[in-house]
Design a binder for this molecule. Sequence first.
Ligand code: FPP
Length: 245
Amino acid sequence: MRQTLETKAGRPGADRLPRHIAIIMDGNGRWAKKRGLPRTMGHKAGAETFRNIALYCQKLGVEYLTVYAFSTENWKRPAEEVSAIMGLLESYLTESIEKMVRQGVRLQVLGDIAPLPERIRRLIDRTDALSRTIDGMTASLCVNYGGRDEIVRAARAYAADYARDGRDLTEQSFSRYLYTADMPDPDLLIRPSGEQRISNFLLWQCAYSEFYYTDTLWPDFDEAELDRAIAAYQRRDRRYGGVNQ
Ligand code: FPP
């Protein structure tokens, strides 16, 4: 079975490739601590891993990659760490604006960007404008993102529309109010670093996602690890609550 799903080089084949992969980039702090480095160095290494994994996903033909970069709860971290993550986001967006066009990757930020520093909001606007002109893999960075917060915001927006035109609500129409409105749900959700919880990430969208956990810390996550995650996914039997004959 496995041989039919993987190429000779061990890379996942196109058969049953997940269209959308979501990743909780966890373990940066522990990675840094193990090396006697400040936690912020772990985030720096984690941002580099994101860059590599996004390019590898694009090479494989994955259409959507969505990663958790900063949650609505992460403001509770020490101010120095929060500002280091914001700094990484700013430099990542600055560098990526040009690279994206060359590499054909659409980059977007999902979440409540209102409380972010103005410089970053401006960069996000520029990135969005440019992304609309690109027809390639969509890489989404979830920043100041919380799954419950997203659902509450969507419910409010729906209620406002309902008051205007009384349109009925379905699962499909509700999805249109989420940050991920135009995207398919994640097929595969990966969490490195040995933790096995969803941590308020894509709560609505992951209803039927396949989970893959690994002890590898995010900065050490590489192409071979992604190959293993995809191979595990390809062996899963997705039933969506039904029964396969
Ligand atoms: C979780 O690891 C990681 C975060 C809360 C931040 C992730 C942010 C980045 C990788 C940088 C921004 C990303 C880009 C692409 C610009 P943790 O700190 O909770 O690790 P620990 O559990 O080992 O302490």
